[in-house]
Design a protein. Sequence first.
Length: 476
Amino acid sequence: MTEPRRRVRRTVRAKVVATTLAVTALGLAGAGLTTYAIQRQDLDGSIDAELARAADQFRTIALANADLPVDQVLRTAMQQTLPDPADGSIALVDGAPAWYAPTTVPVRLEDDPELVALLRTVPADDPVRLRTVTTARAHYRVVTVPLVVDDPAAPSGLFAAATVRDLEVASLDETWRTYAGVAAGALAVTGVVAWLLLGRVLRPVRELRDTAARIDEGTLDVRVPVTTDDDVGEVGHTVNAMLDRLQASMSAQRRLLDDVGHELRTPLTIIGGHLELMDVDDADDVRATRELALDEVGRMGLLVDDLLVLAVADREGFVQPTPTDLGVLTDEVLDKAVGLGARTWRVDERADATCLVDARRLTQAWLQLASNAVKFSDEGSTVTLGSAVAGGVLRLWVRDEGVGIPADQQARVFERFERTAQAAGTEGAGLGLAIVAAIARAHGGRVDVSSQPGVGSTFVVTVPAAVVPPTGGSDA
C-alpha cells in the first residue's frame, strides 16, 4: 500500500515574500515595458526631427554660398555638417557621389551600393523628402535635398542625410537591458530585505506556534514571549490571557473534582458501612439505617445544589438586575432570617433607595451570611442586619456576637470547602461563603470580613448599584 504524499509546507514568510516579489516584478516589468514602448514609438519622430534639422542646415549653408558652383556648395555643406553617431551624409553631383562625410563619422553611406543606387534615381526637381530605405546592410531613414540653381547648364546636386534606425533601436535596447539588470538587482535586494524583515515581524507568530505545540494538559504554564508592542504583540497578550483563563479553569475543575470526591466519599462511606452492618431481620436497625441514609442523601443533595450555584456563577446571565426597593428587600430578608434561629434580630440601618440589582441573588447571599451568624453564635445573642447606599455603591452587612475568626484565617474563609477550626462540629461543606463571594463578584463587587475571636464577626457585601430615580406624577 503506497503512503499518501506529504504536502510541501509553505510558511507564511515564504508566501508573503513570494507575493511581494511577484507584485514588485510585475510593477517593474510593466513600467519598463510601457516606457520602452513609448520610447520606440517616439524614436521615428526624433529621427525625422533630426533629419529635418540637417535639411534646414543644408539649405541655410546653400543660401549663404549661392555664388559658388554646385560642387563647391556641396563641399562646404559637407564640411560644416557634423551628423550624430548614428547618422551619415553624402553629396552627389549629376547622380555620382562627389563628397562624403568627414572620416570621423562612423556611418559611411557610400559603402552601401544599394543606397547609393537609390540616391542616383532622385530627380533634380524632386522636393525635400523623407523616406524609409531598407537595404541588405541596414534599415535607413533618409532625407534628400536637391540643390537647384538658376543656371540651366550647371550640374545637378543632391544632399542626402540618413540615420541607421537599427543603431538607434540598439541604443534603446541597451538602455532597456541596463534597466532590466538594475530592476533584477532591486528585486533581489527587495527579496532579501523582505525575508529578513518578515522574519523579525513574524518571530512572535513562530513563538506562538511553538508555544501552542508545547501546550497540553500537563504544560498549561507555558506562555508566549511578547517582545513587540504592535498587532502581533497584542495577539501574544491575548493568547497569554486565554491560557491564563484556561489554566485557571482547569485548576478550578481539578480542585472541584478533588473536593467533590472528598466531600461525597464520606457520606457514601457512611451509607455503605451501615448497609453492610444492617440486620435485615431487625426492624429497628433497618429503620435507623434508612433514616441515616436519607439524612446523608439529603446532605449530598445540598452539596450538589451549592456546587451547581458555583458552577453557573461565572456565566453570563447568572445575575439579572432589576429595579429593587432596598428598604423592602432589607425587611424581607429580616423576616426570613428570624426563622433561622432563636437570636435577637435587629436592623441598624435601612437603605432608602431603589437600585438595579438582582434581588434574588442578594437575598441568597444575605441569608447565607445570616445562617452562618446563627451557626457560630449562641442562642439569644444579637445578630444585626443593615443596608446602605452611597456614591453608587450598595453595602449589605451581617454582624454577630459569635466565636469570631482568627486574622490568619479570614482570607481563606471564602474559598471552596474551606472550614476553619471554629467550624468543627457544625454542619456544612464549606461552600456557603464561597457562594456569597461568587454572587458579589457576579455583581462586580466583593465581600469582606472583619472579625475578632470571642467578640464576633461582620461580613459586608459591597456591589455597585445604579440608583433608579423615583417616578413622580403630576396632580390633575
